[in-house]
Design a binder for this molecule. Structure first.
Ligand code: HEC
Ligand code: HEC
Length: 226
């Protein structure tokens, strides 16, 4: 059923053929996305939240999936052949959607790991050329318009997997790819520490990206602008 829904929802020909009895709105069309992206509770172990992320960021990811810079078979399949204006509409839709924050899950990390994670996120490690995450993701970690994502409300396993993808090149952004450079400076222990601490932070009720951040960013990013 899920598979049928996705095909019916995403193939442009099928969209045009939507029976007149079903309201043909963007909301209606994108319901299938929420079967994975708007779940809450214990089953939410991996799927990233997309609601309320900056539109420019979501648009870049949809393009990255379509054009193969980012590999995740289900997402690559869903957006194959979709034109830019379509992807932009989808990005705008989810950027404007604000769902209740997901429930927190304990990461299982030790106190020492959580302290290490917190220090890296808030201060970085100057000696290793590792900027604080907040220097780009916003002092409240809510992300920054137009294209830097917030880091709260993401499952620990999802964050770990993204660092794995940057390490092995299955997730790329336009160059300079700042997250790939940052990942190269992090050990596996750093990554687990950071993902554990982040995944335990409460999501503020009004989780919206900041309007701006002090620039230049500590490392240049090819994808922080539309
Ligand atoms: C069957 C489950 C499933 C469905 C349905 C689905 N997605 Fe995804 N989506 C995923 C997974 C899993 C990932 C994470 C992929 C990875 O590991 O990089 C993802 C990642 C994404 C991301 C990147 C999120 C981020 O924070 O970087 C966006 C944007 C996205 N999906 C949009 C959509 C849209 C729009 C739809 C509907 C057209 C959709 N997805 C339908 C499973 C799904
Ligand atoms: C120099 C700026 C910069 C710094 C510092 C930085 N990031 Fe990022 N980060 C970005 C940008 C830009 C993106 C979006 C990349 C893209 O377009 O794919 C991003 C994306 C991410 C994502 C993907 C979110 C998602 O929903 O898939 C994660 C996770 C992440 N960063 C974690 C971190 C962590 C943890 C740190 C600190 C150790 C950090 N970042 C430091 C700029 C930065």
């Amino acid at each position: 059923v899920k598979r049928f829904l996705m095909i019916a929802l995403l193939a442009p020909a099928a969209w045009a053929a939507t029976p007149a009895t079903v309201p043909d709105t963007m909301q209606q069309r994108l319901l299938a996305c929420t079967s994975c992206h708007a779940r809450s509770g214990a089953s939410e172990a991996y799927f990233p939240r997309i609601s309320g992320k900056p539109a420019g960021y979501l648009y870049h990811q949809l393009l990255n999936f379509r054009d193969g810079r980012r590999q995740a078979p289900i997402m690559n399949y869903l957006v194959t052949h979709l034109p830019e204006n379509y992807l932009r509409d989808i990005a705008d839709h989810f950027a404007g959607q604000h769902l209740a924050p997901p429930s927190l899950r304990p990461s299982g990390a030790s106190r020492a790991q959580l302290e290490q994670g917190k220090a890296l996120v808030l201060k970085g490690d100057v000696a290793r050329g590792l900027p604080a995450c907040v220097a780009c993701h916003g002092t409240q970690l809510t992300g920054v318009k137009p294209a830097i994502p917030g880091l709260l409300g993401l499952p620990r396993d999802y964050i770990n997997a993204q660092f794995g993808n940057w390490k092995n090149g299955t997730r790329k952004a336009h160059t300079p790819d700042c997250m790939a450079m940052i990942t190269a400076r992090m050990s596996n222990d750093d990554i687990v520490a950071v993902s554990s601490w982040l995944s335990e932070q409460p999501v503020p009720a009004s989780y919206t990206p900041a309007e701006n951040i002090s620039r230049p960013l500590p490392i240049r990013c090819g994808s922080d602008q539309p």
